[in-house]
Design a protein around this ligand. Structure first.
Ligand code: IMP
Length: 281
């Protein structure tokens, strides 16, 4: 066991925290138990990707492409879509349909590919929620690459598991089961995540990967980003599909106690759904 002090990414607010990192082969347990170092001046700059426009990513750099805004008012009735019977009364509305997700993922793949032109990017799928996004993203990425006729290998990939939610609430702790992080050394790494909500997961995970893995660069692609107008934004991803209202969403591998991962569309859960799956499937 060893203790690993992690500094917060810029923009992290609130009471000081510190992390204990327990390393058992490739298993990590991060809990915010001890004090994070406060002195931001000592923080070394790290080469995230990060592009050129109005929003700063967590690296302090800018992202070029803004996400598509999904408004609360654009929730669509479940009667307009095919919802499987086992979830018929458990979702209130469809927020983003499967077709819209696919079209957006294709564009994200194109944006990401142009940022990593001539480079083999190392994709890390953040399980379990990121798995549908990861699958569709790498598939679109591969199709674009193969059609281009470029000679380099477009990407390699690995998996990492991060768990921070219980039911519909963030626990504030992140449990991580990681791949062999020494494989990241000198690589251009792109984390593929389902949703940035409080930003806790990414603001703890990235410094860990940086310290332990020593990648050449690290960036984050997240399908969704929640508009948490009442709270500080702890983390801004480099590539984001959709900005969604501050609601608990399910489907496309996003879950509520492991339910709804098999739902194709991204939906808002109903009170009946909350009640039905409060103890799991
Ligand atoms: P954060 O650490 O608060 O940014 O939350 C990130 C993680 O919490 C994601 O990887 C998801 O697993 C989970 N999460 C956050 N919001 C939602 C949601 O609305 N639906 C399902 N999972 C969520």
């Amino acid at each position: 066991m060893r203790t690993f002090a992690v500094q917060p990414t810029s923009g992290c607010q609130g009471s000081p925290e510190r992390l204990t990192l327990v390393v058992i082969k490739t298993r990590y347990l991060l809990t915010p138990e001890i004090t994070l170092a406060k002195n931001e001046k000592n923080r070394k700059p790290f080469p995230f990707l990060g592009m050129n426009s109005k929003t700063s990513s967590s690296s302090g750099l800018k992202r070029e492409h803004e996400p598509v805004d999904i408004l609360s008012s654009s929730q669509q009735p479940t009667s307009a879509f095919v919802i499987p019977k086992h979830y018929a009364c458990h979702v209130r509305s469809v927020l983003i349909s499967r077709g819209q997700i696919q079209d957006r993922v294709e564009k994200l793949a194109a944006d990401i590919r142009s940022s990593y032109a001539h480079t083999t990017v190392h994709l890390i799928c953040v399980l379990k929620g990121g798995s549908a996004f990861f699958h569709d993203l790498q598939s679109a990425f591969r199709a674009l690459h193969n059609a281009s006729g470029d000679a380099h290998v477009p990407f390699t990939f690995d998996f990492i598991r991060a768990k921070s939610y219980s039911g519909t609430e963030s626990t504030g702790k992140v449990e991580i089961s990681a791949c062999d992080l020494s494989k990241l050394k000198g690589r251009d790494v792109l984390l593929v995540e389902d949703i940035i909500d409080t930003g806790t997961t990414m603001s703890l995970l990235l410094p860990l990967l940086k310290e332990e893995g020593l990648p050449k660069s690290i960036a984050v692609a997240s399908l969704l980003e929640k508009r948490r107008e009442d709270k500080d934004v702890k983390f801004v991803a480099d590539f984001v599909g959709f900005s969604v209202p501050d609601e608990f969403v399910v489907g496309y591998c996003l879950d509520y106690n492991d339910a709804f991962r098999d739902l194709q569309h991204i939906c808002c859960i109903s009170p009946e759904g909350i009640e039905r799956f409060k103890d799991g499937i």
